[in-house]
Write a protein that binds this ligand. Structure first.
Ligand code: ATP
Length: 453
């Protein structure tokens, strides 16, 4: 298969759509914004929740070998000593002697400042963890860090989970939560920010079976993205070279996505060996091991870690879903979002605001929103309203017209194909449920008919 040279949408279009429709705003915008922090608006928060719910359902709730966790963001400072973050979580930085901008030396091409061409300082290491103080006294003894990954919360709870769930190997702990990194170079919209959300799994396995589980998780995770509609040709696996591997990793592969700025990491999957449990056992003095009943001995499990970013998944999904075409004689922007992810599953559109039609349509809306997040829009022409829903990825529009009052039927319009069917209001919920589940629009319920090919 030939690789696409370039993503089909540029970043400005996405940023503008997100801004215009209330998916994402710059943080503290009225004060001029805060660099590389973002606020998810009314539609963005729905899409983000749907992404996290889809991950949680597939990775935790539908599996026997996984349990969830929600550990605190602030952790005992010894955690970060044991994990190696205090010592090693740093990027090499250079500063321009002229304009004083800082750059990651490992990302620079050439030895001059990309901004002004000035001379650069020698690289120095810069720790990426945000530091703060716990309690009223701001001294070295009260330093705590904002976690730069959610992973450590799962390692330090290994024994708690083992003792309370009686899980046997192999099993995993999963969590979703905020992480913070004082990144040196940020940018590319929500791709790299200083506050972001991760969806991480720590999967504990018997040593010797680690390679097989590593391969399993690589495949499983690629399939998860593809299952949500991301095109496979926009996903690429990038195994790390030996010399690139972090000191603790036995193997690592990135799942890269073809973002507007090029191929970049969406998720990292690492075989961490026994590094984390050994480190925390020796730092805490607790024996973090597992009693293997077959072998009748204590072992330290190896860990496979699939670590994904919520915000990067959000961006990848938007890139993949974005499209422009022509509908009903007009240019339109549309998001081909998977129904599970779309902020609104349907929108109810009465053809007129006349009282008797409006109250009839509102009853339909009230009924549907007991089941899903559904929109209601009665402003401007029907064409405009369809465009507005297409642009935010609503899979189905339910149009209520004057005939609906007589025949007790409504029209369902499908976002991607523009096809329409006319179906009885009684049973509308079941019809929509089937369509949201992937049934072809032209599979008709009793009393339904094709409205527009
Ligand atoms: P990069 O090389 O791009 O900095 P990383 O290798 O440091 O990423 P990991 O530590 O493996 O990233 O984190 C796992 C996942 O968390 C990444 O694949 C990404 O989806 C997400 N992530 C990491 N850092 C950021 C960030 N600054 N902003 C948004 N998402 C991030």
């Amino acid at each position: 298969m030939t690789e696409p040279a370039k993503a089909k949408v540029d970043m400005e279009k996405l940023v503008s759509l997100c801004r215009r429709r209330g998916f994402i705003f710059p943080s503290s915008e009225i004060y001029g914004g805060l660099s590389s922090c973002w606020d998810y608006g009314p539609l963005g928060v729905e899409l983000k929740r749907n992404i996290k719910d889809a991950w949680w359902r597939a990775m935790v709730q539908q599996r026997d070998d996984m349990v969830g966790l929600d550990s605190s963001i602030l952790m005992h400072p010894q955690t970060w000593e044991a994990s190696g973050h205090v010592q090693g979580f740093s990027d090499p930085l250079v500063e321009c002697k002229e304009c004083h901008r800082r750059w990651r030396s490992d990302e620079l091409e050439g030895d001059k400042c990309p901004e002004c061409g000035g001379e650069l300082t020698e690289p120095r290491l810069f720790n990426l963890m945000f530091k703060t103080f716990m309690g009223p006294v701001e001294d070295e003894a009260s330093v705590v860090y904002l976690r730069p990954e959610t992973a450590q919360g799962m390692f330090v709870n290994f024994e708690n989970v083992l003792n309370t769930t009686r899980k046997r190997l192999p099993f995993g702990i999963a969590q979703i939560g905020k992480s913070f990194r004082n990144e040196v170079t940020t940018g590319n919209f929500i791709f790299r920010s200083r506050e972001f959300e991760q969806m991480e799994i720590e999967f504990f396995v018997k040593p010797g079976t680690d390679q097989q589980w590593f391969d399993y998780w690589v495949e499983e995770r690629i399939n998860w993205y593809a299952g949500l509609g991301i095109k496979r040709e926009n996903l690429k696996l990038r195994p790390h070279e030996k010399e690139e591997l972090a000191h603790y990793a036995r193997a690592c592969s990135d799942i890269n996505y073809l973002f507007p700025m090029g191929w970049a990491e969406l998720e990292g999957i690492a075989n961490r060996g026994d590094f984390d449990l050994v480190q925390h056992a020796s730092s805490s003095g607790k024996g973090l091991s597992y009693y293997d009943e077959e072998a009748k001995e204590h072992i330290v499990p190896y860990i496979i870690e699939p670590s994904a970013g919520v915000d990067r998944t959000f961006l990848a999904l938007l890139c993949d879903a974005y499209d422009e075409d022509e509908a009903e004689g007009e240019k339109r922007v549309l998001l081909h979002l998977h129904p599970d992810l779309a902020p609104l599953k349907a929108a109810v559109l009465p053809l007129s605001r006349k009282e008797h039609l409006a109250s009839f349509a509102k009853d339909i809306y009230a009924d549907l929103r007991r089941h899903w997040m559904v929109g209601y829009d009665d402003a401007q022409s029907i064409g405009r309203r369809y465009r507005r829903q297409d642009e935010i990825g609503t899979p189905f529009c339910v149009t209520v017209d004057f005939e609906s009052l007589e025949d007790k039927q409504v029209t369902i319009r499908e976002r991607d194909s523009l096809r329409q069917i006319r179906v009885p209001i009684e049973g509308l919920e079941a019809t929509l449920r089937a369509k949201l589940g992937g049934e072809d629009l032209f599979v008709l319920p009793e009393g339904g008919r094709v409205w527009k090919e």
